[in-house]
Design a protein around this ligand. Structure first.
Ligand SMILES: Nc1ncnc2c1ncn2[C@@H]1O[C@H](COP(=O)(O)OP(=O)(O)O)[C@@H](O)[C@H]1O
Ligand SMILES: [Mg+2]
Length: 281
């Protein structure tokens, strides 16, 4: 693998996201001047309580935010400023270079389409893969996420939550992307299944040398599986660094609060109504 290939990274430079017409018509500054990067081969966690701007950062990358979102700053992938591409130009990057694992696989499949067909459609549409080859590839992909052969022929409602999330992972992997973006990919699952699916996601990402951006409100969970962490609060990055450092030696009081290292300190302003663990992002 060439040095150039290894250097492929997603870079965010001074990214801000503002929603017009939030609750009561007010403007919401969801993301404020955030800069960080993630290279191929890296697993980066974006953590913070519900409403801290994690999803807005993540969804800004493949430009999947609602029309009411105003995005400023630059998003670069592999040196290309993808934030300045038109919709057609962006279409080339989605799925093939940057694929999204949805927040809840429960709602991401069309009910009357089989699992296999979901995957073959992605391959046919984005890679122009002939139907026959696409079917073979779909079978391989399902096997990769340890779903047995019969899963492909089933409809979404016939799979369990964990199986569905694994099928969503297989779909995201279909075009061999450089990066996976995962927004709370397992919050709808029970704790054991959640761990299984996350471990599988991370090991596939590592095996294939992809980059992963994992959004979660659970800092201890992220610290256990990510190389580095970005801690967000009220739209801004309050701390970032190697997971070990952030988790074992946090500098910021808010980070300490998310870790659970301090329980009795006066809660930082803004946390009064939305305890980190009570709500989900
Ligand atoms: N479509 C939207 N319109 C208006 N405000 C929004 C919209 N989506 C998110 N927000 C607001 O932006 C802020 C950040 O939200 P979000 O990025 O979803 O945070 P998180 O993923 O960390 O929970 C919150 O205050 C949220 O209410
Ligand atoms: Mg969110």
């Amino acid at each position: 693998m060439s040095v150039m290939r290894d250097a492929v990274a997603i870079e965010l430079k001074n990214l801000s996201v503002t929603y017009r017409g939030g609750e009561g018509g007010r403007t919401v500054h969801a993301v404020r001047d955030c800069s960080f990067s993630v290279a191929r081969g890296d697993v980066l966690g974006i953590v913070g309580e519900s409403g801290s701007g994690k999803s807005s950062v993540l969804m800004a990358i493949p430009r999947l935010l609602p029309a009411s979102a105003l995005v400023t700053g630059g998003i670069f992938c592999d040196g290309t400023e993808i934030s300045s591409l038109d919709e057609r130009g962006m279409g080339v990057w989605r799925w093939r270079r940057i694929a999204l694992v949805p927040q809840s696989a429960m709602n991401s499949f069309t009910p009357h389409i089989t699992i296999e067909r979901h995957i073959t459609e992605v391959l046919e549409h984005h890679m122009r893969t002939p139907r026959r080859d696409a079917r073979e590839r779909a079978e391989e992909l399902l096997w990769t996420v340890r779903l047995d052969g019969s899963a492909g022929a089933r409809y979404p409602h016939e799979l369990s939550g964990g199986q569905k999330q694994r099928a969503a992972l297989a779909t995201a992997l279909a075009c061999g992307p450089d990066f996976l973006l995962a927004d709370e990919p397992t919050t709808a699952l029970d704790v054991i299944t959640q761990k299984e699916v996350l471990d599988m996601t991370v090991s596939l990402v590592r095996e294939r040398g992809m980059g992963l951006l994992l959004v979660t409100h659970d800092l201890p969970l992220a610290a256990g599986i990510c190389d580095s962490l970005v801690v967000m609060r009220e739209g801004a990055i309050v701390e970032s660094g190697p997971s070990q450092q952030v988790a074992s030696n946090p500098e910021n009081d808010y980070t300490k609060l998310l870790i659970g290292a301090i329980r009795d300190m006066e809660r930082p302003r803004g946390l009064e109504e939305t305890p980190a663990r009570k709500t989900r992002g």
